[in-house]
Design a protein around this ligand. Structure first.
Ligand code: TXA
Ligand code: MG
Length: 344
């Protein structure tokens, strides 16, 4: 398949036409790039799973561009959902609702609920408006790889497999949206993201966090967001997190680097602006500054992909504070490390 690379983002009619005809278009969003198809066209949605190599029981998020698009897709809008929508839409927040019969089962992975997000990025908003369609869109990467935060990574994974890729800016947040279930008694975070637990608690008074987020799943245990059970965000390199007091972490990592080098391994370090000078590895990448965790979220996935470009065998990563967006960063990082964490 020939993939058109669309760089003129003022003329999205071609992309909108492709979507209306059941095709697949990758678009920038404020979280990560998304792979879009008409959410109401079963065949088009099936092709998303195919292009990504994604298991079909992992449901997709439906993207809308105004509140009027919501009601046909859902059975009801609970008061807590309305409050969250008022505060955080458009933006990096996905809400789980009871699905209406309009939503194809292939979108929900057979569940009776549907995930909906109103993104803030102007390009995907225009695409939804120009096509007049709700768009199902997972991250625009090959399933299992770190999500793409720029168009080059989408091209790397999906060129030749989809109809078009819209080239926009690098994703502002760099981690996928927060997923919140609003179908129960209290709002429950199923996936941490840019809208933090602290922000949600401030407007709702309370919020719970699906315990499956914070640890490796035990046998038979299932997270409420089906996608959270899969191996994710994993570069080809082995990732190991080293957690503890900064000076101890630096000396331990340098010991580990020497030892890996003696085994002939190519070693990478995921560091910060504050620590990057201290490591004697083959490739040291600073994800950003710990003074502002949003910088680290924004560069995390691109850093993991850059280690693979350099054929790094093993990556040692610092741990980041689990507060605010730090929860989303550590959720993705711990998954990419398969929960291999050295605690000092
Ligand atoms: O930021 C984002 O959300 C990006 C951009 C493109 O919008 N999209 C994204 O989609 O991350 P995806 O498919 O990579 O992740 C969707 C997550 C998965 O963890 C999935 O299991 C969960 O949302 N999900 C979808 N529908 C659900 C439902 N009905 N109930 C519970 N979890 C659901
Ligand atoms: Mg994804």
């Amino acid at each position: 398949m020939k993939t058109s690379i669309i760089t003129d983002t003022t003329a999205l009619l071609e992309a909108a036409n492709i979507l209306q005809q059941g095709g697949l278009v990758a678009s920038p969003t404020e979280t990560v790039y998304g792979l879009c198809a008409n959410a109401l066209n079963e065949n088009a949605v099936k092709n998303i799973y195919k292009a990504k190599g994604r298991p079909s029981d992992n449901p997709l998020i439906v993207h809308i561009a105004d509140l009027e698009m919501l009601s046909p897709l859902v059975e009801e809008v609970p008061p807590m959902a309305r409050t969250l929508m008022e505060h955080f839409w458009p933006g990096p927040l996905t809400l789980i609702f009871k699905a209406s019969s309009l939503v194809p089962k292939v979108v929900t992975g057979g569940l009776d609920t549907v995930a909906i997000r109103f993104p803030s990025h102007p390009i995907i908003q225009q695409l939804i408006k120009a096509s007049g369609l709700p768009l199902a869109a997972p991250s625009a990467n090959t399933s299992g790889k770190p999500s793409p935060t720029n168009a080059s990574r989408v091209i790397e994974d999906l060129e030749g497999k989809i109809d078009a890729i819209i080239v926009g800016d690098s994703s502002k947040y760099g981690v996928e949206s927060t997923v919140v279930d609003t179908t129960g008694e209290v709002a429950t975070i199923l996936r941490p993201g840019g809208i933090t637990a602290e922000m949600i608690e401030a407007v709702l008074g309370s919020v719970t966090i699906d315990p499956a987020i914070s640890h490796a799943l035990k046998e038979g245990e299932l997270p409420k967001a089906p996608g959270m059970k899969y191996i994710h965000y994993s570069p080809n390199a082995e990732v190991i997190i080293v957690d503890g007091e900064e000076s101890l972490v630096i000396s331990k990592m340098n010991e580990l680097i020497v030892s890996a080098h003696s085994q002939g391994k190519k070693v990478g370090v995921l560091a910060t602006d504050e620590t990057k000078e201290h490591f004697k590895a083959d490739l040291v990448i600073s994800a950003g500054t710990t003074k502002n965790l949003t910088t680290i979220a924004a560069h995390l996935f691109e850093a993991l992909r850059t280690f693979d470009d350099a054929d790094i065998d093993i990556v040692y990563s610092l741990a980041f504070p689990k507060k605010g967006i730090g929860n989303a960063i550590m959720n993705r990082l711990e998954k990419s490390a398969g929960y291999h964490i050295i605690k000092l």
